[in-house]
Design a protein around this ligand. Sequence first.
Ligand SMILES: [Zn+2]
Length: 277
Amino acid sequence: MKIVNGYDLMNYAKEYHYLLPAFNTTNMEMTYAIAKGLNEARLPGYIQISSNNLRLSSPEAIVALTRDALKDVDTPIALHLDHGKTYEDVKACVDAGFTSIMIDMSHLPFEENVKEVRKAVDYCHFYGIPVEAELGALMGKEDDHVSEADCHTDPAMVKDFVERTGCDLLAVSVGNVHGLDIQPKVDLDLLKEIADVSPVPLVMHGGSGIPFDTIRKGRDAGLLKVNYGSDLRKEFVKTFGQAYEKNPACCSVIELSLDAVDNVAAKAKELVEIINS
Ligand SMILES: [Zn+2]
């Protein structure tokens, strides 16, 4: 299949009541593994890469890898920029062929957040690509994404934010955290309150630490997308780490990389199946 447009993926998920996982990639192996896992589960989702990871895999490289990974896949998958840091990153990814974008200006004061998101939205919408924005900041660290702040999304600001930015998906801060160092405490009532006033579907970052029961309840409350980064990265790193510990003389990069693809794919399959069960 071709990389699916983000709007088409969102509509497909709404029509068939799917909760879309967005799995973070970094390199070729992770990209192939995510496509493989979703395809084996026969369920839709996103391959996503954060601005920080573009240091290794350029937007053009990741688009080429994703196209190749999707050659024999027949479940809908979109390619998403996760935590787009700058307008330049957004533009580079859209120009390279990404089909969905996040711009994260949640660290800025409200008015500046609105202004920066609006600029990215105008560019993306011109090319028919949806935009995820974030209101409220998440605590924790994932990759380079470090935040001490724990600012829950204020439901009273949601409608104004969505309407003025024109964003198509809203990432919320409801006690979810980035990374696995801090225990998340998801406030489902707050999530429901936000869903009730939000004109667009909601996104939960930091899926890896959250109990599946909470995720499923979130799905019923209005979640459309859940991000999984740490769970897959752990599988990838573990494959190499365990092999090295077992035998430091082992240096078959090809065998270990193929194992890593299988292990990450199995984890992606497991996650997408559980959250849609
Ligand atoms: Zn995130």
